[in-house]
Design a protein. Structure first.
Length: 345
C-alpha cells in the first residue's frame, strides 16, 4: 500500500497493519454490517501484476488454466497458475487495461508468482511489473451497492466479472451485490469519500469473509500445491477452460475431468471456536484411520461468532462422517448450504 493512500485511510479511522486495514473501530460490528448492509473495503490484501508487451496474450495463454483470449476490456476472468503436477500455485482475477493484462492475486504471493512467471519469459516480448505498491482496489458490497455505483458511473455491467472502464476507475461486477472498483491514483481519495457517504467502511477481512460465503477460494502460501483446480470447485466457478491448449499441469487437470473420479471437493462450513483456523489446517474423520481427510482453504471470522471456512474434504468422508478440525478430537465442522451446486466427480 502506498504511503499516501495509507495515510488517507488512517485519517478516515483505519487501523492498518502490514498494509492491510484491520478495522475502522469495532471489527465485530463491521462483520455484522457486511452481512446485512452496504459496506466499503480497501483490498490491500491483494497484489497486482501488470503483464505488457505484444506477446502478453500468448504468454499468459500458455501458462494459465483459463482461456485468456476471452478477457477483454468488458470481461474479466478467474484463472490459476498450476505446477506441472496440476497443483494450484495461485488463484487470480485477470482483466485488461488497454493492451495490458492486470493479474490480481494475494499480496503475500505476488512477488513469488512474478518471479515464477518471469522464468517463462525467455525470448517472449513480455514485461511483468509488480504494481502492488501503487495500485488501489476497493470492494463495495450490499443491497445499495449497485444503486450507488450507477449514480457515480452510469450503466454498469450485467454479468458476473463484467467490466466497464471510465476516466475515474474500472468497475467490475463480482456478483449481484458485490463490486470491485479500481480507481486511478488521483481519483482514489475522492471516490472513497463519495462511496463512504452511502456505505460503511469495514476491515479488509470482511471482504475475505464475503469471498468465503460466495465459495471463491484464494490460494495462499500454506495451500500452494495442495489442490488440483477441481478440488476447489474452480471448474464450477469458471476458472478452468477444458478446451484450450496446453499449460503446465493441463494433462492432470483434463484427466481428472474426463477419466478420473474426483475424490475431494470444497465445501462451505462453520467452526464454532475462539481460536482462528488457518489456511492449511488439516481436517480429520473416523473413516481415515488417523490420516487427514481434508484441509482448510480459507477462514475468516463470522458475524455471529466463530469462523466460516472453505474446506477441501474427501467426498465420502463428508457424506458419512463428522469432519473434525486439526485432530480426531477437534471441533466439528458445521456445514452450511453451498453457494452454488457442487458436482460430485
Amino acid at each position: 500500500m502506498n504511503t499516501g493512500w495509507q495515510s488517507f485511510l488512517a485519517q478516515q479511522g483505519a487501523t492498518i497493519e502490514a498494509g492491510v486495514v484491520q478495522r475502522f473501530g469495532d471489527l465485530a460490528a463491521e462483520l455484522n454490517a457486511s452481512a446485512t448492509s452496504t459496506v466499503l473495503c480497501d483490498l490491500g490484501q491483494c497484489g497486482t501484476l501488470r503483464v505488457a508487451g505484444e506477446d502478453a496474450e500468448s504468454f499468459l495463454q500458455n501458462l494459465l488454466s483459463n482461456d485468456i483470449r476471452e478477457v477483454s476490456d468488458t470481461r474479466a476472468q478467474l484463472s490459476s497458475l498450476n505446477s506441472p503436477k496440476g497443483r494450484m500455485l495461485a488463484s487470480m482475477v485477470i482483466w485488461r487495461e488497454g493492451a495490458d493484462y492486470l493479474v490480481q492475486l494475494p499480496l503475500v504471493l505476488t512477488a513469488a508468482i512474478s518471479k515464477k512467471l518471469g522464468m517463462y519469459v525467455l525470448r517472449a516480448k513480455v514485461k511483468i511489473t509488480d504494481i502492488s505498491d501503487t495500485f488501489i482496489s476497493l470492494g463495495l458490497s450490499g443491497p445499495d451497492a449497485q444503486a450507488i455505483l450507477t449514480k457515480l458511473f452510469g450503466d454498469l455491467p450485467q454479468q458476473p466479472l463484467g467490466l466497464i472502464n471510465t476516466a475515474q476507475a474500472s468497475v467490475m461486477r463480482i456478483s449481484g451485490t458485490r463490486w470491485q472498483i479500481n480507481p486511478g491514483a488521483q481519483h482514489a481519495q475522492p471516490l472513497w469519500l463519495a462511496l463512504g457517504q452511502h456505505a460503511q467502511p469495514v476491515a479488509s477481512i470482511c471482504w475475505d469473509w464475503l469471498n468465503i460465503r460466495a465459495g471463491i477460494p484464494i490460494i495462499l502460501p500454506q495451500t500452494q500445491e495442495q489442490f488440483v483446480a477441481q478440488m476447489t470447485n474452480f471448474d464450477v466457478i469458471n476458472g478452468v477452460n477444458f478446451k484450450k491448449g496446453c499449460y503446465p499441469g493441463q494433462e492432470i487437470v483434463a484427466r481428472m475431468q474426463y477419466l478420473g473420479k474426483l475424490k475431494r471437493r470444497m465445501y462451505l462450513a462453520h467452526i464454532e471456536t475462539p481460536e482462528a483456523p488457518q489456511a492449511g489446517d488439516e481436517l480429520f474423520s473416523a473413516d481415515m484411520e488417523g490420516q487427514p481427510s481434508g484441509m482448510i482453504v480459507n477462514a475468516a471470522p463470522a458475524p455471529s461468532g466463530g469462523f466460516d471456512v472453505l474446506a477441501v474434504i474427501q467426498t465420502t468422508s463428508r457424506e458419512t462422517q463428522a469432519i473434525l478440525w486439526k485432530s480426531s478430537q477437534g471441533k466439528a465442522l458445521q456445514f452450511l448450504p453451498p453457494p452454488y451446486p457442487i458436482g460430485q466427480g
